[in-house]
Design a protein around this ligand. Structure first.
Ligand SMILES: [Ca+2]
Ligand SMILES: [Ca+2]
Length: 270
């Protein structure tokens, strides 16, 4: 497994918190993410880039443009895998993220869209291992969620492993008239369905080498080069105190005079 594959999709900021907890008492630690490494971002979303003012109906009209892929008009996050339909004309779109397999087995994917669109999936979490697995070809189009208009909209059967993340990318080009986009899959033991938001994470892709050092002995220390890390430890420390007070109080008894069962310890803040 190459270094990118080892980090990609697994080194979230939450993971960094847990890593720091494990290393408390040790000296400073330096983490280096190799250039091109991408990390999993917001759950339930895909990173969405739009290129406005691009004529043509085919994905090639997007990928051949000088502003692709590095200069989109806008970058945002899409909740789920279906953008709003009929938002405009002459634009190109790229969706990026990871999909986590909920079970080990054979999967089939579909894409539907207006106009041309392509679904790419990596054999693992590495971006560069992506392969196009389904498309609405050329300048053609389908209606919303019309997955069976062209044979090319359906992927071959693909084996995925439970819990592993696979890089997913969608390229979409709208010329004029109606515009829509949708992704579906058939997981093992289920019928075809729109890919649920519960299995996706947005792409957060640094394209440069990040070198960061954090002092694991200092609870408040933050690694440089990353957004602030939220401190769940403070909430976890204060909650048990409140529980002990309530249990010891004479009023903490039920109507029959018996002491109430000890409350279950609250789960740690996410
Ligand atoms: Ca349109
Ligand atoms: Ca159209």
């Amino acid at each position: 497994m190459n270094p990118s594959a080892r980090f990609a999709g697994s080194l979230s900021f939450g993971n960094m918190n847990r890593l720091r907890s494990r290393l408390l008492g040790l000296a400073a630690v330096t983490l280096v993410l190799p250039a091109g490494t991408a990390v999993a971002g917001e759950a339930g979303k895909l990173t969405e880039e739009l290129w406005n003012g691009l004529s043509g109906d085919a994905v090639s009209n997007l990928t051949s443009n000088a502003n692709f892929p590095n200069s989109p008009t806008t970058i945002g996050k899409l909740s789920g895998v279906e953008p709003a339909s009929n938002i405009g004309d002459n634009y190109g779109r790229r969706l990026r993220g990871w999909i986590t397999a909920p079970a080990t087995g054979s999967y089939t994917f579909w894409i539907a869209g207006d106009n041309g669109c392509q679904l790419w999936l990596s054999t693992d979490s590495t971006v560069t291992h992506r392969q196009m697995i389904a498309e609405v070809p050329g300048s053609s189009y389908t209606s919303f969620r019309q997955y069976d208009k062209y044979a090319s909209q359906k992927s071959a059967t693909i084996s995925l492993v439970q819990g592993r993340k696979y890089y997913l990318e969608v390229l979409h080009k709208e010329g004029s008239g109606g515009d829509n986009l949708s992704l579906a899959w058939q997981p093992p033991g289920f019928n075809r369905q729109v890919i649920p938001a519960s299995v996706i994470d947005a792409y957060e892709g640094p394209t440069r080498t990040i070198r960061t050092t954090m002092d694991c002995r200092t609870p408040g220390s933050r690694p440089t080069g990353f957004p602030p890390i939220l401190p769940p430890a403070r909430q976890a420390r204060t909650a048990p105190t409140a529980i002990r007070t309530a249990t010891a109080s004479p009023t903490a008894r039920n109507g029959s005079g018996n002491r109430r069962p000890s409350p279950t310890a609250p789960s740690r803040a996410a």
